[in-house]
Design a protein around this ligand. Sequence first.
Ligand code: NOJ
Length: 511
Amino acid sequence: MAEPAPWWKSAVVYQVYPRSFADSDGDGVGDLEGIRRHLDHLQWLGVDALWLSPFFRSPMADFGYDVADYCDVDPIFGTLEDFGRLVQEAHSRNLKVLIDWVPNHTSDQHPWFVASRSSRDDPKRDWYVWVDGTPDRPPNNWKAAFSQTEPAWTWDEATGQWYLHLFLAEQPDLNWRNPEVVAAMHDTLRFWLHRGVDGFRMDVIHALAKHPDLPDVDDPWLDTGRLDEPATHELIRGFRRLLDSYPGDRVSVGEVFILSTAKVAEYYGDDDELHLAFNFPPLFAPWDAAKWRKRVDRVAEEFEPRDAWPTWVLSNHDNPRHRTRYGGSEARARAAAVLLLTLRGTPFLYEGEELGLEDADVPKARQVDPGGRDGTRAPIPWDASPGHGWPGDPWLPWPPEPDVRNVESERANPASILHLYRRLLTARRASPALQLGAWRAIESPHGVLAYERAVDGDNGDRRVVVVNFTDQPHVVDLSGNWTVEVASDGAGEGEPYAGSIGADQAVLLSR
Ligand code: NOJ
């Protein structure tokens, strides 16, 4: 008997951005207790796991991606006890919990950096990347993310050296070539593994090791030298060994922000590096059947020979929501949901996409993110009341139409996009073909992507998916008799497939 697949291959993961999910204490910022109180929504929806964006102690220069203590909860989000309760209750509802581990950099307020900065002789000096030079000339041409024009270096007046930060000056990069850093960071993983987390989303994982010579690069933002060093793969093998030494299939999901699917595939190693890696080229692809076909083919070409299991993501806290990117149409957002939840691999949903949310229009006076990402981080509206279920004014303005695009209203309406997500998740859970089956393209007209998902054998489970990327109907002939199991607009579910697909429609068919 073949070993059963690990849980994370057939799972659907739901990203919670804690600041914006649900607030329990009225300070306008979401918290862990808020998440706990809304687990019912996630269970009803039918996802298998949550990934929580950072909730650790942080001065919030990058809203938690600047960590000042890896092993504590920031008071704005609650306490370690709140986290324990959340994990326990999630587990009792069969929901796994992944947390966000931010190993590339700490906050400049982390005691490690405070010590490192205090003097050139401090034992922690070498925990960060310090370089000699003169204040008028940064050590190389690397640029900091967000601004993309400012150097990735800050001159420290008191000790007369530069320190490296690929992101904000408040986010100094750790020196992963120092074994003490490796050991200390392994301890932070153990801390949470002992508290029962089921895995980690690993931030900026492709950038941990820097080239020892810190060379100038041609493309100061994407080139190797600053990213994608061989030594990073060795570090990841160490994380993998650590995770695999715990029972229960703990999972690593790496944020490999390299826009090359071939490169992303390398981060799975020989089944000894990441369990899963985000592959962002599809997220940046326009809503176009041919372009999507190419992205899906690239994943198959690069991932299958390595037995690497793909991931799919349309939205997250760093990019405009896909409904917004695809032009705002709900019909398209619905079709995209069918695509996302039927490709071969583990899908990641971003909080609120199940409500068909678009980005908030955030007036200048309320913009707070150094990376311009406020719109996608607007709070989740829970009901139609003026406060939408938030006890105080939330930290960011509401996304469009919160009076109708909210959990309570959509749950009461079987025709809503929320119910579509739920039907898709139900169908997925019941179908080995959708969860683990092979993917094969089916010939289809220009503008349409059609494919089969199937498990081995003539009598094995099979599904067909037809996604119309255009605003025109198309005839799509299929051999055999098929029944509409889920339609993006709900039309004809349970009835025979009639051989055509409506404008902006997508269908999941079964036999
Ligand atoms: C990627 C995270 O997703 C993003 O939100 C953050 O700003 C950077 N990494 C830096 O940690």
